[in-house]
Design a protein around this ligand. Structure first.
Ligand code: IPE
Ligand code: IPE
Ligand code: MG
Length: 237
């Protein structure tokens, strides 16, 4: 096992804020609030380890179905996070990106995001991608429509559609496919996250609830990853 085998792209499903709060007799909002600190910790730990892409699932297409005030709290917290972290992202050379139907977000959140996306666009140390109003099925549907429109308009021949063409159209086209996917909170499912991109991703599930996830937990996931043998369908060496 090579302890130095670092994943180039780590994607995280940050789950368990509600249960963390419930166990303490707190409101779900308090759980979401407590979910900001692990983002800072993991970002630092990922950068220190030499991870190039960190992608965080912050809000799914399906999360729109939650009570309106919870949704509002989530976007207010996101707004606060972006505002308070902008200078730190600059200082540490982190480029911020988003994937998802960001146009569905409240305007104040979109504006704050736009500003920091622009501010950090030349940064090259690590790319932090926030999946916001993201759903893999919506993303793939969008790609299907784009390609169908190109064919219908006579701009593309059907045979030119390959797996690579699809990858190049996805919202994640500037990122490599995730090498490691971490899900906190104990559930073992993808919940509509990066379905295409995770074809050969290594999965790491932990019962730790997101607000409790720390640098030690992140390093444990990296260690587990370093012990995996990735075969991509080939015979064992
Ligand atoms: C993750 O925590 C945050 C979002 C999905 C936005 P949850 O709010 O899903 O917490 P649990 O899963 O109910 O504990
Ligand atoms: C996945 O968590 C989405 C995010 C972490 C943003 P959910 O809590 O929404 O997933 P399910 O409902 O347990 O599948
Ligand atoms: Mg959840």
């Amino acid at each position: 096992m090579n302890e130095n085998y670092i994943p180039r792209h780590v994607a995280i499903i940050m789950d368990g804020n509600g249960r963390w709060a419930a166990r303490r007799g707190l409101s779900r909002d308090e759980g979401h609030k407590a979910g900001a600190e692990p983002i800072r910790i993991v970002l630092k730990a990922a950068q220190k380890a030499g991870v190039e892409f960190l992608t965080l699932y912050a809000f799914s297409t399906e999360n729109w179905g939650r009570p309106e005030d919870e949704v509002q709290t989530l976007f207010e917290l996101l707004f606060q996070y972006i505002q308070s972290e902008a200078s730190e992202l600059m200082a540490s050379g982190v480029r911020l990106k988003t994937i998802g139907a960001v146009e569905a977000l409240p305007i104040f959140t979109q504006k704050a995001l736009d500003e920091v996306l622009r501010l950090t666009q030349e940064n090259r140390s690590l790319t932090l991608t926030l999946a916001l109003s993201y759903g893999s099925r919506a993303e793939l549907t969008w790609v299907a429509r784009e390609l169908a429109a190109e064919v219908a308009a006579g701009h593309r021949a059907l045979e030119t559609i390959t797996p690579e063409t699809i990858s190049e159209k996805l919202w994640t086209r500037e990122l490599s496919d995730p090498d490691l996917l971490i899900r906190t909170g104990g559930d073992m499912r993808l919940s509509n996250f990066l379905l295409w991109q995770c074809a050969y991703t290594e999965f790491y599930f932990t019962p730790t609830l997101w607000p409790d996830f720390d640098a030690k937990d992140f390093r444990a996931a990296l260690t587990a990853f370093a012990g995996r043998e990735r075969r991509y369908g080939l015979s064992q060496k």
